[in-house]
Ligand binder design. Structure first.
Ligand code: SAM
Length: 256
């Protein structure tokens, strides 16, 4: 997979792609990340990339031409068609399902805004999709781009070692992940649940499923509506609801 990032801070994105699973995916040739700086395509001594907003108001707006030239150079760098994504707080919220779909593509171009954002005409003409990483505002699209790159990198085949398998992570089957424990078995903070030491794989799988279900019910009941639940899952949920009353967006054991 190839990801081109149009950003005023290509070194920042390159650094984010140099560590951990993403760095390993790059080393293994599963992913290539390239930065394109609109300033390199700006004219004049000051290589200006922003200007005042028409209509007045605070802040600056990224100008069309330097961004368009950088985008075009990025597109032309490889013959494979690329989906252009503008990281924006106004985009569709990023979900694991969206990550999985994007991870299967050959090429992405990520467009990072700064200041008040980007001239709307460029977005209308060049952007295929807008993605947000959450309902809050950051000062630039570089962290959101790094988030998206990390999420798609770990889904590239061969990026994760077995021990890091993504298949049981939160959201993969519509539920949150179960809790995890490692050595020591006994610690002043508590004991590892007995079932995990039993060697009974079926019982462990049942326990994990029940834990994942209970966490999801307590912390993110909204996910349950879309999750594929078995009759056994439904029976557990019914029993918990009877015990504790309906989850109210928090549930009885939700941490503060
Ligand atoms: N004026 C814009 C608005 O209110 O929609 C916010 C601009 S923000 C200060 C500058 C840039 O940061 C945006 O162009 C976008 O690329 C990026 N950004 C900020 N928050 C983001 C988020 N939650 N998700 C994705 N990108 C974000």
């Amino acid at each position: 997979m190839r990801i081109d990032v149009v950003t005023l801070f290509p070194e920042f994105v390159a650094q984010c792609a140099a560590f951990g699973v993403v760095g390993r995916a790059v080393e293994r040739g599963l992913l290539a990340v390239h930065g394109w700086n609109p300033r390199d395509y700006a004219e004049g001594n000051y290589r200006r990339v922003d200007d005042r907003p028409f209509g007045g108001g605070p802040g600056m707006v990224m100008m069309i031409e330097p961004l368009r030239a950088a985008l075009r150079a990025a597109r032309a760098a490889d013959p494979a068609p690329a989906r252009a994504i503008y990281l924006s707080p106004q985009g569709a919220p990023l979900t694991q399902a969206r990550v999985r779909e994007l991870a299967g593509r050959e090429r992405l171009i990520l467009l990072c805004g700064r200041y008040e954002g980007i001239d709307e005409r460029l977005i209308a003409a060049e952007v295929d999709e807008e993605i947000s990483i959450g309902d809050y505002v950051l000062s630039g699209g570089e962290l959101p781009a790094a988030v998206l790159i990390d999420a798609v990198a770990r889904l590239q085949e061969g990026a994760l070692n077995d021990a890091e398998s993504a298949s049981q992570d939160s959201f993969e089957d519509g539920l949150l992940d179960c809790p995890h424990y490692t050595r020591p078995v006994v610690h002043e903070l508590g004991r590892v649940p007995e079932v995990l030491l039993s060697g009974n794989h079926a019982a462990i799988a049942r326990w994990r499923r029940a834990q994942a279900l209970r966490r999801t019910w307590q912390r993110r009941p909204d996910l349950l509506a879309k999750a594929a639940l078995t009759p056994a899952d439904r029976a557990l949920l019914d029993a918990w609801r009877e015990e504790d009353g309906p989850a109210d967006g928090g549930g009885p054991d939700r941490p503060a």
